[in-house]
Design a protein around this ligand. Sequence first.
Ligand code: SF4
Length: 262
Amino acid sequence: MLLPLQQGVLYGPVKSRRYGLSLGVNLMPCGYKLCSLNCVYCQYGLTSVGTIDLAPYAADLPRVEEVAGALEEKLRSSTPFNLITFSGNGEPTLHPHFAEIVDETVRLRDAHRPQVKIALLSNATGLTTPAVRQSLAKIDLPILKLDVGTEKGFLAINRPARRVRFEDIVEHLINLQNIYIQSLFVDGTPANSGRGDIIAWMALLRRIRPREAHIYSIDRSVPSTQLKLVSPARLEEIASTAYRQTGVKVRAFYPRRRAVRA
Ligand code: SF4
């Protein structure tokens, strides 16, 4: 079963495969999925509105005060969590006030629970906005998607909306410091886990030089029955090859067993 869309600004806390108890923040609309990509494996299903321009949908987005109010209430409560994660029903960095929301989140976190980390799960398409790029430095764990090494792969796997350009994303990722890369590999049709796919992906990883790369495969229902899981053994092989070839620390994650630190 696909994941149901989030119904509010905050959700969880949910147990994250990598980081423990995470309080999710959804900056996209509640009733539909709005994203600049339409990834073949998306756990929320197909993108309802595929765009990079959120102006026509502004009325459906949470206001800065609404996000800050909900976060403050949760931070003051006894609910346990060790991470606040921007994620949700689409791409969080497309929110027109994303940078302001990050500033408010940092302020509230510092005031109420300074030990809590702030994470961002992003598809990197919002990086064309300078304020978004600047705000990444204030986020403890900026985790950015890179599933492929070529534009052809990007079109097949991530299926971008109009005006989203793979070369822009790559250029911005290369210019950022201290980011984490997250990559999801699938087999079947389409696939991004073949030898040539991994060679092209590693070439970009070498240029981006993230703090770490986290790789994984599908572990729940996906929109297409043509997609297949990449086995844990293959993920481990990709992780160790990528570490040897690029010098970047690559960690493979898969259900039930936490895997290699290459
Ligand atoms: S970027 Fe994330 S939310 Fe958007 S389609 Fe891809 S997996 Fe789904």
